[in-house]
Design a protein around this ligand. Structure first.
Ligand code: KG4
Ligand code: ZN
Length: 355
């Protein structure tokens, strides 16, 4: 046995989409290793993630990813005390690779197993330490905002050492925040994932030169909607004409302004919904996670709004905003502490599952 800092040592596996991820988290929530192997280059020629290819790539990548995580953490498979894998939502073929691996390890070694909901992983990720320190104690009550390529959601979380209750307060009615960035970026001719690139281009633009409306929701409603904004931005793009240069560094100012106007309206909608919720029931702590929580304007505006409203804010560390297995291992550790677990023989992968 290798020396492990704090029991139980949790092995986390995440293969819900196009990232093959493996992590080790110890009993204090300290991330000992978090390895993410991106399949971006393989899917690039197809303009998006091809489910069948994603599944095969996970199989190919798993062995080196697992070996790298063991080396980084200084642990061996014999040290693992709890096993966790994402059970959904995601691409079923891709999920099946990681879930089957996790189930097999847990069953063959008689270890506790957790089939973790992908969003539950994101939800608690703002409490992970970015520099190898133990996780911050998760508060008994908080509001979780998850912004990714598939979700734009607000959750009310109430938990204790014995139980956890997650209530969905708001979801998107159509496109998700990150998805809208990806779709506009695709129209601009950028490769997937376009979200971070549109964000970077927006940094160089002037939002006031291309104002776009913030999607309203009827009084008392909290839902998000991004397809109208996406369509308006694409119409605006048609008016301005697409990029004349392939290299975004050479793009003319009106295109940068369009990116900035789009981003400002997208972020303003998030702030509007959070502010509405706060008026309805004051938020003590807002925990923000998901791949699109890396958005620079979103982070700045949430920081400003929370400071003005005296709401405590936890923004997910950038290393854990995108899909990773540390968040899956950590969500499993919280479940393990509550005395929950799943029978590894019976956990099934599902493309869509409620929280
Ligand atoms: O959580 P994640 O890695 O995968 C999902 O579960 O969806 O999120 C990926 C999504 C993609 O849509 C990506 O374009 C978006 O997050 N994203 C961003 C930024 N960074 C990643 N969207 C806007 N601005 C960013 N900086
Ligand atoms: Zn995700």
């Amino acid at each position: 046995m290798t020396a492990v800092t704090g029991s139980p040592l949790v092995l986390g596996i995440e293969t819900s989409c196009d990232d093959t991820a493996c992590a080790f988290v110890d009993g204090s929530g300290r991330v000992l290793a978090s390895v993410v192997s991106s399949q971006l280059a393989v899917h690039l020629p197809y303009g998006g993630v091809v489910p069948e290819i994603a599944a095969r790539e996970h199989l190919r990548n798993w062995t080196p990813v697992f070996a790298a995580a063991c080396t980084k953490a200084g642990v061996a498979i014999e040290d693992v005390e709890v096993v966790a894998a994402t059970r959904g939502p995601g691409l079923v073929g891709a999920l099946l690779v990681g879930l089957s691996l996790g189930r097999a390890v847990a069953w063959s070694r008689g270890l506790p197993f957790h089939g973790v909901h992908h969003l539950e992983g994101h939800l608690y990720s703002p409490f992970l330490g970015a520099h190898g320190e133990p996780a911050e104690a998760v508060p008994d009550a908080f509001v979780g905002l998850v912004v990714s390529g598939g979700h734009t959601s607000l959750f009310a979380v109430e938990r204790s050492e014995e139980a956890a209750r997650v209530e969905t307060l708001a979801e998107t009615r159509d496109d998700a925040f990150g998805e809208a960035f990806d779709k506009l970026g695709k129209k601009l001719g950028l490769p997937y994932p376009q979200g971070p690139q549109v964000d970077a281009l927006a940094e160089r633009g002037d939002a006031a030169a291309c104002p776009l409306p913030v999607a309203a929701a009827p009084k008392g409603e909290l839902f998000f909607s991004y397809s109208g904004l996406k369509s308006q931005a694409i119409l605006e793009l048609a008016k301005r004409g697409g990029p004349s240069e392939q290299d975004p560094a050479q793009w003319a100012q009106p295109l940068l302004d369009l990116c900035a106007g789009f981003r400002a309206a997208a972020v303003a909608q998030v702030i509007d919904r959070v502010a509405r919720l706060h008026r309805r029931q004051p938020i003590a702590l807002l925990a923000v996670s998901g791949g699109a929580a890396a958005n620079r304007l979103l982070r700045r505006q949430l920081e400003a709004w929370c400071a003005a409203e005296q709401v405590a804010l936890r923004l997910v560390p950038l290393v854990y905003s995108g899909d990773n297995a540390a968040m899956i291992a950590y969500a499993a550790l919280l479940r393990q502490r509550r005395g929950e677990s799943d029978d590894p023989r019976w956990v099934e992968a599902a493309s869509r599952i409620a929280m």
